[in-house]
Design a protein around this ligand. Structure first.
Ligand code: TXA
Ligand code: MG
Length: 318
């Protein structure tokens, strides 16, 4: 049975004991909850993959305490360094060439060539990292292919039978995962839209961001496979109304009339609020006895790009 920990000193010490014995612990981040394990331990990393049922070819993001720890693991070019300086700690993941002779467990890095690194902004994750002293691999704390957890209760619902503990740090502030980028040949490629929006990244370094992976990387971000974030119900996008037997996930002030189950991501059409609510509200509607979740259109502005990415994959063929 899973143990739900608080954020006090004793509970953090208990989580660190677990991590030191190659166990996994779910931890809050500012994006979504992560399932953390010692990135340098083969048994710990195996436990992450088996708890999630994650395909072995899908590499993990490694979370670091600071830029010094990051530089011991990945080879930073000037642009990546500028991005880290601008956005860390925060929801930006950088894919970098792997430093030779790192102690990172092989399953964490695809073919041992690159490593995805991020310094999370959540104070609880930060205190665990600095007390633990080693990098932590942490994918989202959900069974593979399902929606990411934004609360400790979501973690318990998905992984409660298979992991020893979760630290409850309250609901995740951002609600969608980190933005994943890779610099190649002087260009910035967007592998996954996320918590830091494209234009903000571009503005920080005076560059445009290229969508997708560099041509040299075949399936550079394997986690970007089509079907993901799948609720039980099917998902219908760009809905302007909802039918009987559906649930309505609304956005903005102009909801269509509907008497079935419905909830609004943001009645004020605030995209940040919609991102923070997205997974929790999808889960809530998924509990209702309905076949389909009808989702109103979400503008492709700012974090709307990440919301639409998650919705598109939630809606895709399973
Ligand atoms: O916000 C987040 O990023 C959360 C929190 C827990 O930090 N983590 C997260 O991890 O979303 P996960 O495993 O659910 O997604 C990691 C994504 C996947 O799409 C994976 O394929 C990609 O990052 N990735 C990991 N290592 C990579 C690498 N070396 N090259 C390219 N993509 C990589
Ligand atoms: Mg995930």
């Amino acid at each position: 049975m899973i143990r739900i920990l608080g954020t006090g000193e004793q509970d953090i010490a208990y989580a660190i004991d677990l991590l030191n014995s190659a166990q996994v612990v779910a931890l809050p981040t500012e994006t979504v909850y992560g399932l953390a394990g010692d990135a340098t331990s083969v048994p710990a990393v195996s436990r992450i993959f088996s708890a999630k049922g994650r395909p072995g070819h899908n590499p993990l993001i490694v979370h670091v305490a600071d830029i010094t720890m990051a530089q011991s693991l990945g080879l930073f070019d000037d642009i990546s360094l500028a991005l880290a300086a601008a956005f860390w700690p925060g929801p930006l993941t950088l894919v970098l060439p792997l430093q030779p002779n790192t102690p990172i467990a092989p399953q964490v890095t695809p073919g041992g060539r690159t490593i995805a690194l991020r310094q999370p902004a959540h104070p609880v994750f930060q205190s665990v990292l600095s007390a633990f002293g080693r990098p932590l691999a942490a994918p989202s704390a959900n069974p593979s292919g399902m929606m990411s957890p934004t609360t400790a209760a979501h973690v318990c619902a998905g992984l409660g039978e298979v992991i020893p503990a979760v630290i409850d740090g309250g609901p995740a502030r951002i609600g969608v995962e980190s933005t994943v980028v890779q610099v190649s040949n002087g260009k910035i490629y967007l592998l996954r839209p996320g918590g830091i929006v494209r234009d903000v990244i571009g503005a920080a370094v005076g560059m445009d961001i290229v969508s997708g992976a560099p041509a040299s990387e075949i399936l550079a971000s394997p986690g970007q496979l089509q079907s993901h974030y799948a609720p039980r119900a099917s998902v219908r996008l760009n809905a302007t109304h909802a039918d009987a037997g559906e649930a309505l996930l609304a956005f903005g002030p102009n909801e269509p009339a509907f008497t079935g189950p419905k909830i609004n991501l943001s009645p004020d059409a605030d995209l940040g609020q919609a991102a923070a609510n997205l997974f929790a509200m999808m889960r809530q509607l998924d509990q209702a006895d309905i076949k389909t979740i009808a989702v109103m259109p979400i503008p492709m502005i700012g974090i709307g790009e990440a919301i639409n990415d998650r919705l598109k994959r939630a809606a895709s063929e399973r």
